[in-house]
Design a protein around this ligand. Structure first.
Ligand code: GLC
Length: 492
């Protein structure tokens, strides 16, 4: 069976990455291709993307006319990891950007333009490369207008059967109040009753939820959570109108990229058989680089995260402060984001300089070394649609300590210190610093008193199949379902 899928996204690793969505758009198409799907990706060609490094070449250009003017659109192309990537440039929306996202006022017209252009590029590909999508796979609000534009084009036989699948990576970011811009760009009113009734016609994610043939989110647990007000960010009612078409599919990991056996950034590579000895040099190096005491039996807590409200560090910081004050433990954190959290982490590192190191910003080498050298990986998120850090940590033998939510709940099994001897990490539930503290203390006592059980748990964590294989098949199933809804038959 051959299905043509065009991914539309604001981010794709390795070209442009802010969050986990980029990793998904950068790795799922490869997994799909292995199963026979012709998956391609279109993203904006931001000014900071390195053309030489990624062998990006001009492909074609065309004129695109909007209500407010005509733009010359330049389409570039590269084949990366077997996947064709189309990168679009068009003044003044995309071209000299230094960052993926800019300001809200400016991002709205930029991405609206990108949605229109994604459709136009598909049209061009039909003539130029004899390729046309069966399915548009759109991601988050940035490309949420595509399902609506498809719906507007149903009278044209070329577009009539093109299906759409929306993946929600984060319901909290919705692209709302975009109405004025939609009008300026000549985009007709979104008059779907489910939107109008809820006052959501100017919300791009809501628009995508209503007009997509299938809606998916990035873990089964998150698919359930967003049906309720406490996690619905105002869209739970709308989500409930789509429960027959709602699927939770767990993200996978690019297990070739994230592999402690081959990772060139580690000082000592290891695998499931030899990690008990071979992992240790990474811990020593991590402690050394961080300027902390180099000692094997002191537990190291690692953090690699965007420092934003979602991630739950408001719960963890008070707990870490108390723990650092009275326990034998080290903390090594890497991240940045919200200035207030940046400051509080910096402060923590300063107050406990001999046992805590805080790296600001993002650095792939430090990140990988934290995964490989820490004993515990902390991810206390308030909500987490899927989460990638805990999966990498498991693969690298650092036991995750997570809150029971979204993809964290679906990937980390709580340690059972009874007869069962099971689990791949430590899980808490209540959104309170005391819950983080209590669980951290339990984790530290397990580390100190049950080294054999700890090692067995590491082995189990490293063994979990986190690859894309199973999930990619599930995406094919929903593509088929979306195509069936449009055509009354499956793709052949
Ligand atoms: C968003 C979510 C994260 C998820 C990622 C990829 O960044 O916050 O939980 O893993 O998207 O789907």
């Amino acid at each position: 069976m051959s299905i043509n899928v065009l991914f539309t996204s604001a981010e794709a690793a390795p070209f442009a990455k802010v969050g986990g969505m980029a990793d998904v758009v950068g790795s799922l198409p490869t997994a799909l291709r292995r199963l026979g799907v012709d998956a391609r990706v279109i993203i904006p060609y931001y000014g900071f993307i390195d053309a030489e490094k990624y062998h990006i070449e001009p492909a074609f250009s065309f004129e695109f006319t909007r209500r407010t003017g005509t733009t010359d659109v330049y389409v570039f192309k590269t084949v990366y990891d077997g996947i064709p990537f189309y990168l679009v440039r068009g003044w003044p929306f995309f071209g000299d950007d230094r960052t993926t996202y800019t300001t809200w006022d400016w991002d709205v017209p930029r991405f609206l333009f990108f949605n229109q252009v994604a459709m136009a590029v598909a049209w061009e590909l039909r003539g130029r490369e004899a390729w046309f999508p069966d399915v548009f796979h759109v991601n988050d609000w940035h490309t949420g207008l595509v399902p609506f534009l498809l719906n507007e084009s149903r009278n044209d036989p070329v577009w009539a059967n093109v299906a759409s699948v929306l993946s929600i990576h984060n319901l909290a970011y919705q692209g709302d109040h975009v109405g004025g811009w939609l009008w300026e760009l000549g985009i007709p009113g979104r008059n779907h009753p489910d939107l109008v009734y809820r006052g959501l016609s100017d919300n791009l994610l809501a628009t995508a939820i209503v007009y997509s043939d299938i809606v998916s989110t990035v873990s089964p647990r998150y698919a359930t959570e967003i049906q309720y007000p406490y996690m619905g960010y105002g869209l739970d009612g709308l989500i409930r109108t789509r429960i027959n078409d709602l699927h939770g599919i767990l993200n996978g990991l690019d297990t070739e990229l994230w592999n402690p056996e081959t990772d060139p950034l580690l000082v000592s590579n290891y695998n499931i058989e030899n990690f008990a000895e071979k992992r240790l040099p990474n811990k020593r190096q991590l402690q050394l680089d961080a300027g902390l005491e180099v000692r094997d039996n002191i537990p190291v807590i690692g953090i690699v995260s965007r420092l934003v409200e979602q991630k739950g560090f408001d719960l963890a910081l008070p707990a870490l402060r108390l723990l650092l004050a009275d326990s034998e433990v080290q903390l090594i954190a890497l991240g940045s984001g919200d200035p207030k959290l940046d400051y509080e982490f910096w402060r923590l590192g300063k107050d406990f300089w001999w046992k805590a190191k805080v790296y600001q910003g993002y650095n792939a080498a430090i990140a990988q070394r934290i995964y490989a050298g820490s004993d515990i990986f902390l991810m206390p998120s308030h909500y987490e649609p899927c989460g990638i850090g805990q999966m990498i940590a498991m693969r690298y033998g650092s036991l995750p300590l997570v809150r029971e939510t979204g993809g964290l709940a679906d990937t980390v099994e709580n340690y059972d210190n009874g007869l069962a001897d099971q689990g791949t990490g430590f899980v808490f539930q209540w959104e309170q610093p005391s819950a983080v503290l209590g669980t951290l203390r339990w984790t530290l006592s397990t580390y100190a008193n049950q080294p054999k059980a700890w090692q067995r748990m590491q082995k189990r964590a490293m063994e979990v199949d986190l690859s894309w294989d199973k999930s990619a098949q599930k995406y094919i199933d929903i593509y088929q379902k979306a195509i069936f809804k449009r055509r009354g038959e499956f793709a052949k």
